[in-house]
Design a protein around this ligand. Structure first.
Ligand SMILES: NC(=O)c1ccc[n+]([C@@H]2O[C@H](COP(=O)([O-])OP(=O)(O)OC[C@H]3O[C@@H](n4cnc5c(N)ncnc54)[C@H](OP(=O)(O)O)[C@@H]3O)[C@@H](O)[C@H]2O)c1
Length: 349
């Protein structure tokens, strides 16, 4: 099954749970110096709580917000995860999105919050952490007088279509994307102009050293990856640091009640992307597996998503002033792959 999981590009979950043996939930993980000592109180743009801050996307968001001048708190489920938050310029607070007191104490004094908590230790808890967690975060935000909430979702909520997908395109949430879609709905239902402005961000396939891309690259390298369908369907990508910066942009300039796609604006056929990765890694071009056969291996929802055509537009986000530093995978993947595989036999250009 391991090979199958990797072949889907499904993220490996490092799900550790529970309280710290030495600290109570809701406490600052440790009293270390300000991660950005050069910043004066006047220059801080606001204090933001990121929930899911130790995760793949969450860490990039913490980094981008900190670089943008926000004071960033990150909810960490244990002290070790807190270190990941600190490394990215955030201040870790011990807590859990489903533990009200810890959430209340972490959010106190914040002007904004970001929901990226996902992928709990047990898959059956996904709904609880994402959807119920969103409700609890909305409540905590209201009680603390927080005026801005960002909900991280994903572009898999869209129905596939050949023409460019903007934020008004039809949705067809299934599997994991249904959980994300319901999370969005909880956030948008809480939208209260001027009091709690809620925006939803739908990142495309975020590539970085982790999550689905590490799984895909590993499987391509070992010859275990298969392209589902004919590979002519288009995926929409975004480099991890650009995705993080998108959250900072929407926090600063986005509107409440609105949804923003987070993609680099260069959708590409899956076959082209996969063959590019294979070429860089010195691996053979992966074979193809029929969608029906893939459904038997990965389940129908995942197979459907992998074969869907989703050429997605970033125009709305760009109108807020965001521009991807990596306009396509052609610029973004080579430096990433060199970091991930410094001794790769593949081409280094
Ligand atoms: N990865 C992508 O390419 C991508 C693309 C588009 C959309 N998305 C969406 O973005 C969201 C985040 O994805 P990701 O890839 O960053 O996931 P991830 O790496 O698994 O991170 C999930 C985060 O949620 C935390 N978490 C889990 N249960 C929690 C709880 N009960 N209380 C507080 N925090 C909890 C985890 O903490 P621990 O570190 O302690 O486990 C971790 O920090 C998901 O909804 C996903 O669908 C991801």
């Amino acid at each position: 099954m391991g090979a199958n999981i990797r072949a889907t590009g499904a993220p490996p979950h490092e799900a550790l749970c529970g309280d710290s043996p030495t600290l109570g939930l809701g406490t600052l993980v440790s009293h270390s110096p300000d991660p950005s000592p050069a910043r004066t109180r006047e220059s801080v743009k606001g204090r933001v709580l990121v929930v899911g801050a130790s995760g793949f996307l969450g860490r990039a968001v913490v980094r981008a917000l900190a670089e943008d001048g926000f004071e960033v708190r990150g909810l960490a489920r244990d002290a070790a995860k807190g270190e990941r938050i600190r490394e990215n310029g955030g201040i870790p607070f011990l807590g859990d999105i489903l533990d009200t007191p810890s959430l209340a104490s972490a959010i106190a004094g914040c002007t904004a919050a970001v929901h990226l908590a996902a992928n709990p230790s047990r898959e059956e808890d996904a709904m609880q952490v994402r959807v119920e967690g969103a409700r609890w975060l909305v409540e905590a935000a209201r009680s603390a007088g927080v005026s801005r909430l960002l909900i991280g979702s994903g572009y898999w909520v869209y129905r596939g279509q050949p023409k460019p997908i903007d934020e008004d395109a039809a949705v067809d949430p299934r599997g994991e994307s249904r959980v994300n879609y319901e999370t969005e709905r909880v956030g948008l239902a809480a939208q209260t102009a001027g009091k709690l402005d809620v925006s939803v961000l739908r990142p495309g396939m975020v590539y970085g050293d982790g999550s689905w891309f590490r799984g895909m690259a590993t499987a391509i390298r070992s010859g275990e990856y298969s392209v589902v369908g004919d590979g002519k369907n288009r995926w929409s990508f975004v480099a991890l640091p650009d995705a993080g910066r998108a959250f900072a942009t929407v926090l600063r300039s986005g509107l409440g009640g609105e949804v923003y796609n987070v993609v680099d604006g260069s959708p590409v056929m899956l076959r082209e992307f996969v063959d590019f990765v294979a070429g860089k890694l010195g691996a053979r071009a992966p074979p193809t597996i029929e969608v029906d056969a893939a459904a038997g291996v990965f389940g129908p929802e995942v197979a459907h998503h992998l074969a869907a055509d989703r050429p997605t537009s970033n125009e709305k986000l760009c109108r807020l002033g965001w521009q991807p530093r990596f306009p396509s995978f052609r610029e973004g993947l080579p430096p990433l792959l060199r970091t991930m595989y410094p001794h790769s036999s593949g081409r280094s250009d």
